[in-house]
Design a protein. Structure first.
Lengths: 131, 378
């Protein structure tokens, strides 16, 4: 599959992060659908199957990202999902996808800290889509 | 498919078989749940039999009738509590008399299912219990792994400060790599957004300074007679340029002179926050009204606006730190989420009260009452 045939759903309530992520993904050659809330993301998922999704963790609620992962995987089990957040170690809220226990309830394929470089993001997307 | 064991203790055979029949075909799903939960029901006709069964194998959920032939339901409950058994108990009872309910709740019953119940009533109770049970297990596991979720002030703060830094860094990298073009004009949006994020961060830092001020700098010698009407007009002057920009008119109505003993800096914080909120969350052409009144013992401040309002649900957490109401209407309004928590802290420092009344799309009214008597500041 060519990058230009791939559509990535990006949900983030931080307009700047959304702008930058979409900008970088399009620069790398992907198509994107950008939404600013969990509710919008859910209505997109109901009507449309993206090739990959990138969700922010905290939107309307603190666990919006978790809920979106769960919902998209239930509808489209084969769509890879990246959970992106600025929440990190010092918040005491950190988690990874390293242990089986975490994998069992966080339905994401990758977990990325915000602020990653555009090249890294492109790499992760290509890996998940086996490009 | 995970199975939860349910024990039903009831002397009426009809109830027991009803529970079995309803729950045997029932399953509960919940986001994050690995798999659906189903139920396996065991029955006991007396409290004594029930205890014998649960001693053999602890159930996850106990549905317990209170009125039993031998020992009573509350006694079974007490038996379980004394041994610290991890069982969720719901009382099924037709006489939910107050004292039984109080005693049962104190001894760890978490739900009451009225008798007679419809299948739907039983199912929704069981669904709630299952979710609670599931969340309890997840939290427990996370605690064991030292990953307790704590929403502490500093931790959330680091998140709030990092978000704008990430945004700025992203924009600068975009420019560094000349990713949107070679001309400075190609970067008008990133530059504008960067400046806005810097302003947001500056506001957050200012709010934090207020926050530490009210926490640390409590100095008795700053307490003096403060005329609240004077402070209010000062705050209005500060907010006015912003109000003009938003086309919001601010009106001050002094019904009686309210003079209290306070640190003027503290009262400025209260007025600045509430009046700027009344403008910020208003509509174009809207109004903000500040009323100052006093009774014999109290000064009363009312700050009302004709703005977007707050839903009843959202008012519950409104005064907590870093709480910002996120919806379509507040999307483009920036704020630190600290302002109202600071206001509340100040008001409480002076043994006062703050109350909010709001109707979405109509407006919001904040009412503050502060005792006039010089009190020790705590």
């Amino acid at each position: 599959m060519k990058k230009s045939d791939i559509t990535i759903l990006v949900a983030d309530d931080d307009p700047d992060y959304l702008f930058q992520t979409v900008f970088n993904l399009e620069k790398a050659g992907y198509k994107t659908v950008a939404v600013e809330s969990q509710a919008e993301a859910e209505s997109v998922i109901a009507r449309f199957k993206p090739n990959l999704a990138i969700f922010d963790l905290m939107m309307e609620s603190d666990d919006s990202g978790f809920i979106l992962c769960y919902k998209i995987k239930r509808k489209y089990p084969d769509v890879p999902v990246i959970l992106a957040t600025a929440v990190s170690h010092e918040t005491g809220l950190s988690f990874s996808l390293d242990s089986d226990q975490e994998k069992s309830w966080i339905r994401a394929d990758r977990y990325l800290e915000k602020g990653i470089r555009p090249e890294q993001l492109d790499q992760e997307v290509m890996k998940l889509l086996k490009l | 498919m995970a199975v939860l064991k349910v024990l039903v203790i009831d002397d009426e055979p009809g109830i027991r078989s009803g529970v079995s029949r309803i729950l045997n075909n029932f399953h509960v799903t919940y986001p994050f749940m690995d798999e659906d939960y189903t139920f396996e029901v065991t029955e006991a006709a007396t409290g004594e039999d029930g205890i014998e069964i649960l001693e053999r194998e602890l159930p996850d959920i106990l549905l317990l009738d209170n009125k039993l032939p031998g020992i009573q339901g509350v006694e079974v409950l007490e038996y379980i509590r004394k041994r610290n058994y991890d069982i969720v108990v719901a009382m099924i009872t037709s006489y939910a008399s107050l004292d039984v309910a109080i005693r049962a709740t104190r001894d760890g019953a978490i739900d009451f299912i009225p008798k007679p119940f419809t299948p739907q009533e039983l199912k929704s109770s069981i669904e709630n219990i299952t979710k609670q049970q599931y969340l309890k297990r997840i939290t427990h596991k996370m605690q064991q792994e030292g990953k307790k979720i704590r929403y502490q002030f500093l931790s959330v703060l680091s998140h709030e400060l990092k978000a704008p830094l990430n945004a700025l860094e992203g924009y600068l990298r975009m420019m560094q790599g000349k990713q949107a073009g070679d001309l400075i004009d190609d970067y008008a949006t990133p530059i504008e957004r960067s400046l806005q994020r810097i302003q947001g961060m500056r506001n957050l830092i200012m709010d934090l300074l207020d926050f530490t001020k009210i926490r640390l700098e409590r100095k008795e010698e700053k307490i003096q007679e403060v005329n609240l009407a004077e402070l209010a007009s000062g705050a209005i002057v500060t907010v006015q340029p912003y109000a003009i920009q938003m086309d919001v008119s601010i009106n001050l109505d002094v019904r009686s002179d309210a003079v209290i003993m306070a640190d003027p800096g503290d009262m400025e914080i209260v007025f600045n926050n509430l009046i700027s909120n009344a403008v910020k969350y208003n509509k174009v052409g809207g109004k903000a009204e500040i009323t100052i009144d006093s009774s014999e013992s109290e000064a009363i401040l009312i700050i009302s606006d004709t703005g977007i309002g707050i839903t009843k649900n959202d008012t519950e957490n409104l005064f907590a730190e870093f709480v910002r109401i996120k919806n379509e209407k507040t999307r483009n309004i920036s704020g630190s989420g600290l302002g109202l928590s600071i206001v509340k802290k100040v008001v409480e420092l002076y043994h006062g009260t703050i109350k909010v009344d709001s109707t979405p799309d109509v407006g919001t009214v904040f009412t503050i009452r502060l005792p006039k008597k010089p009190l020790t500041i705590t």
